[in-house]
Design a protein around this ligand. Structure first.
Ligand code: PXL
Length: 271
């Protein structure tokens, strides 16, 4: 059987910890045919982002149009969208139902604190992209910015998720890796609002690319036909497994990794 096509619309991190190279690794490991539209080239390593060069003019629309007319993706994830125009361009494809099932990872800053999105990106995601996605996966900071709320506890996280649903996101998963205590993800769909408990993995290690890994895995499982709820649960297990065997290829942050054990089965336990 031909592999299922899945698309990442995201930035390029040459160190492969985040962005397109990380997404494609996840897609390939799960047996999918991974494709990518580049929204920005970054200069970075595992320690620092030193420059961001957003793709120019209509490069995103032209890449997407040319690709999709040939190979329509069954699911798509968006990551770094550096400009308002980039967000609007992607939303136009989504609104015409050309991206398949859409997961929006609203990347605004890197784990090291570098700003990855220009002014106007947040507003454009709220106004154009949330309304056409099946799932949005903000971290706590991004959820606070998208909802305009201060998230300090589980109750305020739940309220913020409802605001994002009112803004048009069919389903919301607020990732809690940055909570001070145990990392807890909040999943809110039409059917359920549930806190998915997790364990802090790796103690003091700081990771790069965890959000990319998680949202790529969700899109992959959706492309394989899972419901949003099951895709999120499987992707969470998969990401936890990748954090347990994370690597430090450089001098800086660790990245999620499963090496040759990066396969479909790893995530099937304890669902
Ligand atoms: O982790 C967020 C992220 C997403 N995409 C790209 C990045 C980063 C963080 O550095 O470089 C391309």
């Amino acid at each position: 059987m031909e592999p299922v096509p899945v698309l990442s619309i995201a930035g390029f991190d040459p160190a492969a910890g985040a962005g397109i190279l990380a997404d494609l690794r996840v897609f390939g490991a799960l047996g999918l045919y991974g494709m990518a539209v580049v929204t920005a080239v970054t200069a970075q390593n595992t320690e620092d982002v030193t420059a961001v060069y957003p793709t120019e003019g209509d490069a995103i629309a032209t890449q997407a149009e040319t690709l999709i007319t040939d190979i329509p993706p069954v699911a798509t994830k968006t990551g770094m969208l550096a400009s308002k125009e980039a967000v609007e361009s992607v939303a136009a494809f989504a609104a015409r139902d050309r991206l398949g099932r859409l997961v929006v990872d609203p990347v605004l800053a890197s784990s090291s604190g570098a700003v990855l999105a220009e002014e106007g990106v947040l507003g454009a995601i709220r106004e154009t992209l949330l309304g056409c996605c099946e799932l949005v996966t903000p971290n706590l900071d991004e959820a606070g910015l998208l909802s305009g709320m201060e998230i300090v506890d589980r109750e305020s996280a739940a309220a913020a998720a409802q605001v994002m649903r009112k803004l048009g996101a069919a389903n919301v998963c607020i990732t809690g890796g940055h909570w001070h205590e145990a990392p807890v993800d909040l999943l809110v769909t039409a059917e359920e609002s549930i806190f998915l408990e997790g364990k802090r993995i790796g103690g003091e290690r700081t990771y790069h690319g965890t959000g990319c890994f998680f949202s790529a895995a969700i899109a992959a499982y959706m492309a394989l036909g899972e419901s949003t709820g099951v895709a999120v649960r499987k992707a969470k297990k998969y990401t936890e497994a990748a954090l347990r065997s994370s690597i430090r290829p450089g001098k800086g942050m660790a990245i999620p990794w499963l090496g040759s054990g990066l396969n479909h089965e790893t995530s099937e336990t304890n669902l």
